[in-house]
Design a protein around this ligand. Structure first.
Ligand SMILES: [Zn+2]
Length: 549
């Protein structure tokens, strides 16, 4: 037997709770140092593995320890217990091989009172083997149990984790579920909507969220990477992402799928290429009328040219069009959106805001009505069940009635589900589009490529080329804005020519239009005439606010 008395301690703690219960690494090390002392071994080095570390990190330290032992020709490995040392069969095999290579090597399992070496009796090897298998089995079971628990929760539509900001965990009939948090839902919706605006970035949203009082659970402001994971979390549209997989969620979505998608698009685009940002403002935004494919771009003598370069019939041999030529057409379309009277525009926006405040009131009433309907139907269903138990009605009759009630209830619930999200989102979005439409022509010339792209995505439904002609299509809302701006322009032009022939109206002039024509302008934007322009009753029916994408 070798007289080499150097030893290496390998300590391991498997969970936070074990650390808390006094099974800390330090107390483990202390125990093993005591063992070494009483067995006349000198501790050469201590390795510590916390199992709260990642699997690969644990494995790395294990490897490091075994390598160290090997290169320093250390013969004694000190471990607390077999099941602590051998977390998987891989480690077990490695330890076995290490022991088998030299009969002087010893593995000391302090708490098991087991010292293993090459010439251990077969009974001891069996003993060791059983412990290894049990350790492995225990770990596997634990993992399975945990997975089973998660799978069950996921299958029921609930995320087995803390929900993101905007939601709270509540206990409903003994189950922990996630529901929208009344205090934060609207702010989260606002953050998504705001992010879509051209001048907003993850960084500005982080600031805005701080102003809105949205914080982490510990009350700290969200970091940029927090904001990024919030804006990319599909939980908000009813999808539970868990261990890299998506499961349908039972939670009430608070973000519209459409909004979510556009946020993802913006984030994807917003990420600059490794070395440079987008050079081509129109890249990916223009498609070919003929084949529906994206226009491809080429840099020639410092200018970008685009065309469809597919070889399909009708597409091949297309001429390249200069980007700035396309942008002339785009600028025309953006300028058409600008209302000649910004006074009128402000009034329109005010009216939309007042409309919204009123609709919120109505909305809350309607919501209360639906909720009380659901309660009433549920009470009826309960009574029906009692009747069935008492034998007052037949089973068939019960089923029929019960199905009927359940249907009605789920219809109302569906109404409630989609209620809140729509109204708030539509309002914010419509207001932001109208505001943007008035500034876009100017912004487009001043802003960077990425902001230009945002403007085009917000205001245009699509852009296409056919031969060398580019078509720019408005969305429903921007189309209405363009039309009303044009009508306003006509009125103001005719007003001006009236002014030249009739000086009597001169005193009524205000902001480029007379009071009479201003009234007319307002009626264009709001879809009806006001008898009294000073007491506007808002009814913003003329703008298709509900159709804002
Ligand atoms: Zn094509």
């Amino acid at each position: 037997m070798s007289t080499d008395s150097r030893a290496v301690i390998l300590a391991r703690v498997s969970s936070k709770s074990q650390e808390d219960e006094g099974y800390s690494l330090d107390s483990q090390v202390k125990l093993m140092r005591g063992y070494c002392e009483s067995h006349r071994l000198t501790v050469d080095r201590v390795f510590k593995i916390a199992e709260s570390a990642s699997k690969s990190e644990q494995r790395r330290i294990f490897q490091k320890a075994m390598n160290y032992i090997e290169t320093q020709s250390i013969k004694n490995l000190i471990v607390e217990k077999v099941d602590r040392h051998v977390r998987n069969l891989h480690d077990a095999v490695e330890t076995h091989d290490w022991l088998m290579a030299d009969e002087n090597k010893k593995a000391h399992f302090v708490k098991d009172s087991l010292v293993m070496h090459k010439n251990s009796r077969s009974q001891e090897w069996l003993n060791w083997g059983i412990r290894v298998v049990m350790a492995k089995n225990y770990i596997d079971n634990l993992r399975e149990e945990a997975m089973k628990g998660w799978a069950e929760k996921l299958a029921q539509g609930w995320l087995p984790a803390v929900p993101p900001v905007g939601y709270v965990t509540v206990v409903e009939s003994g189950k922990r579920i996630h529901v929208p948090d009344k205090k934060t839902t609207r702010s989260v919706q606002k953050a998504f909507d705001l992010y879509l605006q051209p001048d907003q970035s993850i960084q500005t949203i982080a600031k805005k969220m701080e102003h809105m009082g949205l914080t982490t659970r510990k009350g700290r402001p969200f970091s940029k990477s927090n904001v990024q994971s919030i804006l990319t979390n599909p939980f908000y549209i009813g999808i539970n992402r868990f261990n890299g997989k998506d499961y349908p969620g039972a939670q009430t979505p608070i973000i519209r799928e459409e909004t979510f998608k556009r946020v993802q698009q913006k984030m994807h685009r917003g990420r600059p290429d490794k070395y440079r940002r987008h050079d081509v403002a129109l890249k990916g935004l223009i498609s070919c009328v003929n084949c529906g494919g994206q226009v491809t771009w080429q840099l020639q003598k410092g200018r970008y040219y685009g065309s469809c370069q597919r070889r399909s019939e009708g597409c091949k041999g297309r001429k390249y069009i200069r980007q700035d030529t396309m942008e002339v057409r785009i600028m025309e379309r953006l300028e058409k959106l600008v209302c000649p009277s910004q006074d009128v525009m402000e009034w329109v926006l005010d009216s939309i805001r007042i409309d919204f405040a009123q609709s919120i009131d109505n909305h809350e009433e309607a919501q209360a009505a639906i909720e009380s309907n659901i309660k009433r139907l549920q009470a009826m269903d309960d009574r029906l069940y009692d009747d069935k138990l008492n034998g007052d009605i037949t089973l068939e009759r019960y089923r029929q009635k019960h199905d009927d009630l359940s249907n009605q209830i789920s219809q109302f619930q569906e109404e409630l589900r989609t209620f809140d999200v729509d109204i708030e989102r539509r309002h914010h979005h419509a207001v932001s589009i109208i505001e943007l439409s008035q500034k876009a022509a100017q912004f487009y010339q001043e802003k960077e490529t990425d902001e230009k792209r945002e403007i085009l995505i917000e205001l245009f439904e699509k852009m296409t080329i056919e031969n060398d002609v580019i078509s720019v299509n408005y969305t429903k809302l921007t189309k209405a804005i363009a039309q009303k701006s044009e009508e306003s322009r006509q009125i103001m032009i005719s007003q001006k020519s009236d002014d030249r022939t009739d000086d009597n109206d001169k005193n009524n002039r205000r902001g480029g239009a007379t009071l009479g024509s201003e009234n007319e302008l307002r009626s264009i934007w709001l879809g009806r005439r006001d008898s009294n322009p000073r007491m506007p009753v808002p009814k913003t029916g003329a703008l298709p606010l509900g159709h804002a994408p």
